[in-house]
Design a protein around this ligand. Structure first.
Ligand SMILES: [Zn+2]
Length: 693
């Protein structure tokens, strides 16, 4: 087949996958903007265009992060995934994310599928088996999965990076790369011990992957136009490939997951990165079984458009590792595109679930009932399509009030209200068209084409902005023609204006359906019409003369300052609760610790230090001498109140001059989360000079 034919080929069906959310936590706005809203717009548009779509998602329920969380909360892994599977599923439903199936990888059919595909690959010699040394926790008598090891990231120096990935900089890591590795089970330094695993030798795939990613070429055919792939996706792939692909272990020593279906695979499961993308295939199987479809067409048909939606931390798994697996399996196709998004920041800061710097979808849905589509609208407007973007509550409010209320809502409301007022809700007939009318109808025809073009190219922000231009057009048309004035002088002309306004309104229901499905349905109800398919978009006769519309209600309501302030306050206070405590400092040896000479002391005198509001000059009996210590506690204690106090003193701190007074040591203080200070003293009476260790 020639390149041209291949590129012109219209796909018969679409398999659209959205990254499987990990079932150990709730969904937040970053997930939605990064993956699910874009994927849903794409799927909804194609369905509206009467194309065959399988929109696949589900919970990723395996992996060590889940067993780890279960251990921490004293629950079983099953209990953890049950909680998050059902709550995340509910969030997607409420937001109108229209998955054809929301499956789960703990499902029996998935286990069976993953085992079958593993065995097919094993039979073909697609793996290599080898012995290696891996971290082992002797206290817990178990090998440590990557997530059970934490340490300092060798790339960005962030503390608490995991053995497979640093969440701070997104680098993929292997446990042995971590600086100062620690077992998260015992907190101790893990030991290296021998174990055997199956590896996917990615280096065997390097050459074809390079051609496929750079040129779209695979086995003598051009499968896709590389110009349709995002630069950052190709860039990330090439940086991986150019640094040399390494064999990647696809099994783990763990008891939660898909068991390795071989005799010598006892105590081992498939690695979650091998098992999760296969989850797309098993979910498609399940959906096909339940809907009388043939799943193989959706994964093996050359006329199938396979598209993976995900965020940038997932790119290489879908462009290198999963394609390497698919290429070894009999008959499977490769993705046509992987339109990965970058990250969404929050109020100018990186979103962080560990610091609770996040807006949780569930909280939003509870606080903004009926405003599900507003969130979809805003997240699409600011989607991090080509670079990181920022969500702020003020911007959210502005987009709702100034765009949805003032433009879309205002136009729709005017055309419905005036039709009620002038014609008792009966659509008036179209009269003679003037130049303005003709221009407006011409634009009406063009806008859906632009929206479609942008959606097909994964430019959802542009597509939404084009869709919004139709509402702007309507708003401008009414502002220029002023039917509320003309009604007195030229009522015939007003009929034409109102007819055109209602046609634009009816068109809004179609072209906004992928973006704001609930509002489109509501608006169609107000117009008393069925929600029409995409092939009707741009038509100037969607509603006929004499058609009775319903009484208008307001589609979008303003969001008040107090509601936004509440959200900002909530974000700040909930993030502080979790971030108050600083992370642990770098490990020190016992020798380093024992160099510190800390002793019990008694304060003999306390005086203010001149021109220093925070400092007190303390005279301390250390048992071996009487010395001066300057301490920053003047705002917390009156000098007269602390004389006679038993305290802890670090004696061998190098002396230094503070405000002209030489301080010989340091008094240890405990500080509460509100910044209140208290002395650290022995719980029994112990004389000055006794050591603290
Ligand atoms: Zn890092």
């Amino acid at each position: 087949m020639t390149i041209l034919n291949q590129l012109l080929k219209v796909p018969k069906r679409h398999t659209i996958t959205a990254a499987l959310p990990y079932a150990n936590g709730p969904i937040h706005l970053g997930h939605l903007a990064g993956v699910y809203i874009s994927a849903d717009i794409y799927a909804r548009f194609l369905r509206s265009n009467k194309e065959d779509v399988a929109f696949i998602c589900g919970s990723d329920e395996h992996g060590a992060a889940i067993t780890l969380r279960a251990k921490k909360e004293g629950k079983s892994p099953k209990e953890i995934v049950d909680i998050y599977h059902s709550s995340n599923k509910e969030v997607f439903e409420k937001l109108g994310v229209s998955f054809d199936i929301y499956d789960r990888t703990s499902d029996e059919l998935h286990h069976q599928t993953a085992k079958e595909l593993f065995l097919e690959l094993e039979c073909k010699g697609a793996f290599v088996k080898k012995e290696s040394e891996q971290y082992y926790d002797p206290d817990f008598k178990q090998f440590l999965a990557d997530r059970y090891i934490s340490g300092t990231c060798p790339k960005c120096n962030a503390e608490n990076a995991y053995g497979d990935q640093c969440e701070k900089c997104g680098s993929a890591l292997s446990p042995t790369e971590l600086i100062n590795p620690k077992s998260t089970l015992s907190g101790k330094v893990p030991k290296l011990k021998k174990t055997t695993h199956w590896y996917l030798p990615l280096e065997r795939h390097e050459k074809w992957l390079k051609d496929w990613i750079n040129k779209g070429d695979y086995k003598g055919e051009t499968l896709h136009d590389v110009k349709t792939w995002k630069n950052q996706v190709i860039g990330q792939c090439m940086s991986w490939i150019n640094s040399g692909l390494q064999p990647r272990a696809i099994t783990r020593d763990l008891d939660w997951g898909v068991k390795v279906p071989l005799k010598d695979g006892d105590g081992k499961v498939l690695y979650v990165w091998f098992d999760a993308p296969i989850g797309y295939i098993s979910a498609t199987k399940k959906w096909a079984n339940e809907n009388g479809k043939n799943w193989e067409e959706y994964w093996k048909g050359n006329d199938t458009n396979l598209v993976h939606f995900l965020a940038k931390d997932n790119i290489v798994f879908h462009t290198i590792i999963f394609p390497a697996i698919l290429s070894e399996l009999e008959g499977f196709i490769l993705p046509k595109n992987v339109p990965a998004n970058e990250f969404l920041n929050l109020e100018g800061q990186k979103l962080s679930t560990s610091r609770n710097w996040a807006v949780w979808a569930n909280d939003y849905l509870n606080d903004f009932i009926g405003k599900e589509d507003v969130l979809r609208y805003v997240l699409c407007s600011i989607a991090p399509e080509n670079k990181d973007s920022d969500f702020s509550w003020k911007d959210f409010q502005a987009r709702n009030n100034n765009e949805l209320c003032s433009i879309y809502g205002n136009f729709v409301n005017r055309s419905l209200v005036l039709t009620q007022k002038y014609y008792a809700g009966k659509v008036p007939g179209l009269g003679e068209l003037n130049a303005l009318d003709q221009n407006v109808l011409e634009e009406l025809k063009e806008i859906p084409k632009q929206v479609e073009k942008d959606i097909r190219a994964f430019r959802f922000r542009d597509a939404l902005s084009s869709a919004m231009s139709l509402a702007r057009l309507g708003n401008k048309y009414l502002a220029e023609t002023e039917p509320w004035k003309l009604i007195k002088t030229n009522p015939e002309r007003v009929k034409t204006i109102m007819n055109i306004s209602l046609q634009i309104t009816a068109n809004l229901t179609i072209i906004f359906e992928p973006f704001m499905p609930k509002k489109s349905t509501e608006l169609a109800k107000l117009l008393n019409i069925d929600l029409k398919k995409w092939n009707n978009a741009g038509k100037e006769n969607l509603i006929s003369e004499g058609h009775q519309i319903n009484n208008p209600i307001i589609l979008f309501t303003k969001i008040e300052d107090v509601d936004i302030e509440k959200q900002i306050e909530k974000l700040k206070s909930s993030s502080q609760k979790k971030s108050k405590f600083s992370p642990m400092k770098d490990e020190i040896t016992f020798d380093e610790f024992s160099k510190m000479d800390i002793r019990v002391g008694v304060i003999k005198a306390a005086d203010k230090v001149e021109k220093a509001d925070k400092l007190l000059k303390l005279t301390v009996d250390t048992g071996i001498d009487i010395r001066t210590v300057v301490s920053g506690i003047a705002e917390h204690f009156k000098p007269e109140d602390i004389i006679g106090k038993t305290v802890s003193v670090l004696l061998n701190l190098a002396p230094r001059k503070i405000r002209g007074v030489e301080s010989q040591g340091m008094i240890l203080m405990a500080e509460s989360e509100d910044g209140e200070l208290s002395f650290v003293s022995p719980s029994k009476a112990i004389k000055a000079g006794n050591t603290i260790r």
